[in-house]
Every structure is written in C-alpha cells, then in structure tokens.
Write a protein that binds this ligand. Structure first.
Ligand SMILES: *[C@@H]1O[C@H](CO)[C@@H](O)[C@H](O)[C@H]1NC(C)=O
Ligand SMILES: *[C@@H]1O[C@H](CO)[C@@H](O)[C@H](O)[C@H]1NC(C)=O
Ligand SMILES: *[C@@H]1O[C@H](CO)[C@@H](O)[C@H](O)[C@H]1NC(C)=O
Ligand SMILES: *[C@@H]1O[C@H](CO)[C@@H](O)[C@H](O)[C@H]1NC(C)=O
Length: 526
C-alpha cells in the first residue's frame, strides 16, 4: 500500500475514533454457567397505586401489553411483587371498594410520594386477575404497623382471591407472601424503637408468620411460600441485619421459617435527588455496576448454603424514585441491562425493578400523568401512558434469553472498562450474545467513538458461526428520555405494542462489529 494512502487510512481510523478489541466467545457454556429465568427482569410495584397499574373493573390494557410483549418474547411474563414502602401502611376493611389512600403533598424532589395510609378491601386483591395468564405474584402484608389483625385480614383476602376460578384457570399463582418491607429500617422510620435488632425482628416475623401460614394454609407441599428478609441494606455479616444474621437468630429453624423458600434483598446504587451527566456515567459504568452487586456475594453464598433461592426483590438506580435526568434516561436503560445480566453471574435468580406511578425510574408509566415526574410542576397537557427508556432493557434481555425457558448466560471476558458482554446458550450451545458500550455519550459537540469488536471462538468439535444477525438499541444521547429504537422499531406507542419495520444486518462473523458509545447490540449466530 502506498505510504500516503496508509497514512490517510490511519488518520481516518483515528478520526472515526474506532478501536479494535478481540472478544473471545466460548461456543459451549462452562459447567457452572447459570440457567436463567425468562422472568429475570421482573417488577416490584409500589402498593398504594396498584389498581392504577392493573385496572379496577377491567384490565389496564396498556400495562397488560407491556407485560405481554415480554411474555411473547420469552414465553413467560415477568414476576410481579406488590408491596414496598406502602405495604407497611396498609390496613384492610372488608367493604372498602378497591382502595382508599391518603397521600402527602407532592414536592419537587418527590413529585409522586407514597401514601401514608391505605385501606384496601377484597376487590383490591381480586384485581390481580387482570395480569397476564401464568403470572407469578408476590404480595406483601403489613408487619410495620404491628397489627396482627391487619396482616391476618390481608392474608385471608389474598388467599381468597388466588383460590377463585378466574385465577386458577388463568394460572395466576401466588409464589410468595412477604411479611413486611425493609424491617431493618423500622428503627429509623418510627415503626419500631430505635434499638430494634434483627433478633427482635426474627421474633416478630415468627409470631406473624405462625398466624399467616395457618391462615393461608402454607405447608411444605403448598405452592405458596414465604419470601424472607426484604432488607433495605445488609451488614453482610452475622451481626446487624443480613440474611446471615437472621439465619443465626433462628429464622429458618422456626416452624414458619421452614416455609421460607427464597431470600430477598433490596438495592439502590445510591441516594441522589438531583442528577447530572457525571452521575449518569457513574451509574452506567461497568465497574460500579459490578461493585453494587458483588457486595452481596457473602449473603448469596449464605442463602444458597441453606438451599434457598436468592432474589433482588426490589431494586433500581437511585432513591427519591430516581435522579432526574439520570434514572429516566437512555443511559439508565444500558445500566438496567448490564445490571440484570451481571446479577445472574452471582447467583441472583431474578431482579425486581421497583416501579411506581410517576416514579422517575419506572420502566413503565401505565396511567395518564398530570404533573412532571422530574419536579412535580403541572404539565401543560396530560401525558398519556408510555414506556420509559429502561423498558427497552427488559426487551433486549428477553430477546437474549429467547423462548426456551432454559437459556444459560455467561459473561464474556471483554478487556475494556466500558464494554460488557454476555453469551447466551441453549442446550450448552452458543446462540446469541449481547454487548453493551456504557460510555455515556452526553453531547453532540463531542465525537462519538466506537469500539470495533473482533470475535474469536473457542470450543472443540463445535461449528464456528459463519453469519450473525446484528440488532441495535439505537440511542442519540445518553440523556434522552425517548426516541430509542430497537432494531429500528419503537415501543413508544399509545398501546405499548411495538411498531415500525425491523432493521437488522446479517453479516459475516469474521467482519466483526462496531459498537458506539451508549449502545447495546444483540448478535444472533448462524
Ligand atoms: C387510615 O385511614 C382509615 C380509613 O380512611 C382510617 O379509618 C384510619 O383511622 C386511618 N389511620 C390513620 C393511622 O390515620
Ligand atoms: C390470626 O390472628 C387473628 C387476629 O388476631 C385471629 O382472629 C386468628 O384466629 C388468628 N389465626 C390463627 C390461625 O392464629
Ligand atoms: C388493627 O387492624 C384492625 C383491622 O383493620 C383494626 O380494626 C384495628 O383498629 C387495628 N388496631 C390498631 C391498634 O390500629
Ligand atoms: C454503586 O454505584 C454507584 C454509581 O451508581 C457508585 O457511586 C458506587 O460507588 C457503587 N457502589 C459500589 C459498592 O460499588
């Protein structure tokens, strides 16, 4: 090649900001690779506005569609947990129609605060029937108020609903009852004395669970079990609040404790009520995502050692229902995708993203909003139901997992601080891969770099893929709150269903693939 031409090419490569990176991909899953639930990305729903999500006398079709989209991709709908903060402020009155809730006034930092007092009746729990068929549900009952009658009446009503023919014929099942939300915070929020310990919590839990297990008819052979812990934080040791500490205090040796089949913990990456580009980059960064999850390694090991399942039963980016300009953006979608997929590598079986009406970090806004989710100011025109950028992460993960119900996920070794990758395997054979470039592209004034990925395969006796279909999650800026496309298509529609013509590239594997700053791609191998 003439020297001058080579220099031109080199300069062009530099100007385009392309860096080449070799990504080794095993063709066969390693023996310890986890089989991942099709409902990996699931939802935790704030209880106070439950009927806004699901519907009252008829289903909320928008919400239903957003769940059904995922079911169509994986064969199973997301799991639904209803509870959280308002779970410990709920009482029951037989004749209450749906729910009556008292909300504090909105503020600029929390435009949609949780109700402080909710009263629900039988018709409230009965609306669970509007979820897609075969949905697995967790309901929270009140421990915080320390009123066993309230918890007993709630339980009786929940069980009555799930036993009705509309539930049984649709296969809508109660996986778990959760008794109380974040009891480790009771000492701070006034629900218990400031000296409240995990040993006292274990005693409280056992006394409530004795009544509730008898009321609900739970047994070693019943499908419904208890979800244990649901702590906001963890000491990760046998003192303070942690699964380990609760086990040491005898939680699992008690009669109702033997009906716990999974441990749930909650996680937020931090508490920021205002946002900026730096905070968004921090959220998205590969190493901070890993740091926020690997802290649970001892808790997961202690839980698995007891033969129990381990879930993140409530999680999302930042408290205050999300940081404005961060949690509600396209960058947060990439965080969601990497976070949920990385969680599988640690033995976390499902990740329930917390959502609420008007919450900044809600993947879905299932009702009309009249005030801003960012600062509480009145909107000039009502905002119809819509999905937020994070919803695309659920779609991408669902397509990665596919519809066999038994995909295995293995993190790929990608030697780059801002590129993460996962291989998806069916019956041990590589079928797909997801790659994520988490460098936040924040302004059009900057050059948007990309990384060229060359794929190299390992695994003897396997056919090396020749062609691959490349599907892109296209994002303009990391701070965008809408306008994302997935394979050229959009879910930002009035009914939550996908529209637009599918745009994918079918290319030679040997050509490799470019991934831009703030982009995720799905590769399907042939
Ligand atoms: C909560 O609301 C119910 C029904 O409106 C009412 O009876 C009850 O007194 C309230 N409880 C508190 C603690 O405000
Ligand atoms: C549970 O508590 C309620 C309210 O105190 C009581 O009426 C009921 O008999 C209890 N049930 C069991 C099985 O202990
Ligand atoms: C406990 O809940 C029951 C059932 O709703 C209610 O009748 C009772 O007043 C509550 N007790 C207290 C102390 O609030
Ligand atoms: C969790 O993520 C945040 C950024 O979102 C980061 O600031 C923090 O250091 C991370 N925590 C850990 C333990 O890695």
């Amino acid at each position: 090649m003439p020297r001058i031409q080579m220099r031109t090419l080199l300069l062009a490569a530099l100007a385009s900001g392309v860096l080449a990176l070799n990504v080794p991909i095993p063709l066969v899953a390693a023996p310890a690779v986890p089989t991942v639930s099709p409902s990996l990305i699931s939802f935790s729903i704030e209880m106070d506005r439950w009927t806004d999500w699901v519907g009252t006398t008829a289903r909320n079709q928008f919400f239903y569609n957003t769940l059904d989209n995922l079911k169509q991709l994986t064969g199973a709908p997301p799991f639904i947990r209803v509870g959280a903060n308002s779970e410990d402020h709920t009482n029951f009155q037989q004749d209450t129609t749906f729910a009556q809730a008292i909300f504090p006034p909105p503020t600029a930092t929390v435009p949609y605060p949780e109700a402080t007092n909710i009263t629900v009746g039988n018709s409230y729990y009965a609306t669970t029937r509007f979820l897609p068929p075969n949905t697995h549900v967790t309901w929270g009952v009140n421990l915080g108020a320390n009123n066993i009658t309230a918890a007993f009446l709630q339980t009786r009503s929940i069980i009555k609903a799930f036993a009705s023919p509309e539930f049984t014929s649709a296969g809508i099942v109660l996986d778990y009852l959760e008794i109380g939300n974040e009891p480790d915070l009771y000492k701070n929020n006034g629900l218990r004395p400031s000296t409240y310990t995990s040993t006292q919590w274990v005693q409280d839990w056992i006394s409530f669970a004795k009544n509730i297990s008898a009321t609900a008819g739970l047994s070693a052979s019943s499908h419904t079990k208890f979800l244990g812990a649901s702590f906001a934080g963890s000491s990760h040791t046998t003192t303070g609040f942690s699964p380990q500490a609760a086990f040491r205090a005898g939680l699992l040796e008690s009669e109702p404790g033997r009906l716990i089949s999974a441990i749930s913990q909650h996680r937020y990456s931090g508490s920021f009520c205002t946002g900026n580009g730096g905070l968004l980059q921090d959220l998205m960064t590969k190493s901070t995502i890993r740091g926020n999850l690997t802290v649970f390694t001892p808790d997961i090991a202690a839980t698995h050692a007891q033969g129990l399942d381990y879930i993140l039963g409530e999680t999302n980016s930042y408290s205050c229902h999300g940081a404005p300009g961060v949690s509600n953006t396209a960058g947060a979608a990439l965080w969601t995708l990497d976070y949920a997929l990385f969680a599988t590598q640690l033995g976390i079986s499902s990740v329930f993203f917390h959502v609420g009406i008007g919450f900044k970090y809600s993947l879905i806004q299932p009702t009309v909003l009249t005030r801003s989710t960012l600062d509480g100011s009145p909107l000039s025109s009502p905002l119809p139901p819509h999905v937020q950028p994070q919803y695309y992460a659920a779609i991408v993960a669902a397509e990665g997992l596919g519809n066999t119900g038994r995909a295995q996920v293995q993190e790929l070794f990608v030697d780059h601080p801002q590129v993460a990758g996962y291989g998806f395997y069916e019956d041990n054979h590589l079928v797909r891969a997801v790659l994520i470039n988490s460098k936040a592209y924040l302004t059009k004034a900057n050059l948007r770099t990309s990384v060229h990925l060359d794929l190299s395969f390992s695994g003897s006796g396997e056919n090396i893929p020749v062609m691959m279909v490349v599907k892109r999650l296209a994002i303009n800026l990391a701070t965008d709150v809408s306008g994302l496309t997935w394979g050229g298509q959009t879910y930002e529609t009035s009914d939550g269903r996908v529209t637009g013509s599918l745009k994918v590239d079918n290319i030679k594997v040997t050509a490799g693939v470019d991934i831009m700053e703030t982009e995720a791609i799905l590769l399907e191998f042939h």
